[in-house]
Design a protein around this ligand. Structure first.
Ligand code: UD1
Ligand code: PEP
Length: 421
């Protein structure tokens, strides 16, 4: 099993290229299933979840070609089997995003339930409820969601869907399903994460009629058919935020090419309050930092609030900053698994329910630690970059799920980091 070996204490200097967003590329690959015409996605990140998604759609009979330039061409005209089996879904929750498009185009879909995962129970009840409101009959049996349209119907029907909570992939599933439904769908309490407007823009290029994306109320007028398009995947705001925290923690001066400050306001405000300099420049972001920063308290919430996907990385920064801080996780019930590993590196952190209380320390000391989920892995890498001596991060298959060549990029800006067996 691959591990990362990090020798801490290097300043980060230079330029790093931010990849396309995992959480935009995954729904957008599913959106290609909505049409029989070829779709080209550009700026698709090379990471494990994307490979799994490509395997999943190939498994359905879809033709996929990957270019050396990061583009992916998908032709779902050949799709023969609208199914997502457990073996593939179990490694990646985003497989649930196949449900809406398959049901909308073929009137049937069989998708494995994603199951619980490390950061929380993550049910899909809202996805099911919303698609049922659009006329789908969904049976949950033997670990699968077996969905079809009632006899005599060929299309989903528009509906008003108000979810109990804001759900990102739920909003994406409804958006894709509604694009081909009969009549109007209104999504109330819709997620506003930048990946949603990016998906909506792609669907509009395919011929969908969508208004209000990026707000909490989205209106979709269903059309009978969608067509092919070319779409550029938006830059990954979580990869951007991860590098911002890494530079803020180690000190240095780095340009994040293609990074967007406008998708990361909550994180950047905290970094500035902490004492780092973060500025939008042409084509990216420049981040500079020197010495120990001031620890910042924050609470994760839906966009535009502080993203749960940045909580672990910012906590690693707080662990070595000046003073106490409180981090409150409100989205997932079990997203503090990095805490015990950070403590193994010398951090002073205590968990009290949804709150972690951190007392910044001047130094961390290298040790072997274990990655437990994707962003926990990233926080351990940041901690390793500032710790004394050697840190080994084990089980980095979690990291590989969602980061495009993280260690190569870090090495490019001066980190002493290598992948070992
Ligand atoms: C592939 C992808 O884009 N993943 C992101 C997406 O996950 P994902 O879309 O799975 O997360 P949701 O926004 O759906 O989850 C928000 C909350 O709602 C709950 N919930 C959700 C759906 C449902 O049917 N029932 C239910 O109870 C979840 O358990 C969670 O507590 O948004 C999360 C929150 O920003 C991010 O951490 C993930 O990186
Ligand atoms: C939790 C995440 O992803 P997923 O929803 O794919 O598990 C993440 O990207 O941090």
């Amino acid at each position: 099993m691959d591990k990362l070996l990090i020798r801490g204490g290097r300043q980060l200097l230079g330029e790093v290229l931010i990849s396309g967003a995992k959480n935009a590329a995954l729904p957008e690959l599913c959106a290609t299933l909505l049409t029989a015409e070829p779709v080209t996605l550009r700026n698709v990140p090379r990471l494990q979840d994307v490979s799994t998604m490509l395997t999943l759609i190939r498994n359905m009979g879809v033709q996929v070609e990957q270019g050396a330039d990061g583009s992916v061409q998908v032709n779902a005209g050949t799709l023969s089997s609208p199914e997502a089996p457990y073996e593939l879904v179990k490694t990646m929750r985003a497989s649930v995003l196949a449900l809406g498009p398959l049901l909308a185009r073929f009137g049937e879909a069989t998708v494995s339930l994603p199951g619980g995962c490390a950061i929380g129970s993550r049910p899909v009840d809202q996805h099911i409820k919303g698609l049922q409101a659009m006329g789908a009959e969904i049976l949950v049996e033997h670990g699968y969601m077996i969905a079809k349209l009632p006899k005599g119907r060929t299309r989903l029907k528009g509906a008003r869907i108000a979810t109990d909570m804001v759900t990102v992939t739920g909003t994406e599933n409804f958006l894709m399903a509604a694009a081909l439904a009969e009549g109007e769908t209104i999504l109330e309490n819709a997620a506003q994460e930048p990946e949603i407007p990016d998906l909506a823009e792609m669907l509009i290029k395919m011929g969908a009629k969508i208004e209000g994306h990026g707000s909490s109320r989205i209106r979709i007028q269903g059309v009978e058919r969608l067509h092919g398009c070319t779409h550029q995947v938006v830059a990954d705001r979580i990869e951007t935020g991860t590098f911002l925290c890494a530079v803020a923690a180690t000190g240095g001066d780095v340009v994040l090419k293609h990074g967007r400050t406008d998708h990361l306001d909550a994180v950047i405000d905290k970094l500035r309050e902490a004492g780092a300099s973060v500025e939008a420049i042409e084509g990216g972001i420049r981040v500079k930092s020197q010495g120990r920063l001031k620890a910042q308290s924050f609470r994760t919430t839906e966009y535009p609030g502080f993203p749960t996907d940045m909580q672990a990385q910012f906590m690693a920064l707080n662990a070595i900053s000046l003073g106490p801080s409180k981090v409150t996780e409100t989205i997932f019930e079990n997203r503090f698994m990095h805490v015990n590993e950070l403590v193994r590196l010398g951090a002073h952190i205590q968990i009290d329910g949804k709150v972690s209380v951190i007392e910044g320390v001047a130094k961390l000391s290298g040790a072997t630690v274990m990655a437990t989920d994707l962003r926990a892995s990233a926080s351990l890498v940041i901690a390793g970059l500032v710790a004394d001596g050697e840190t080994v991060v084990d089980r980095i298959y979690h990291l590989d799920r969602g980061y495009d060549q993280m260690e190569t990029k870090l090495r490019g800006i001066g980190a002493d980091i290598e992948r070992v067996k």
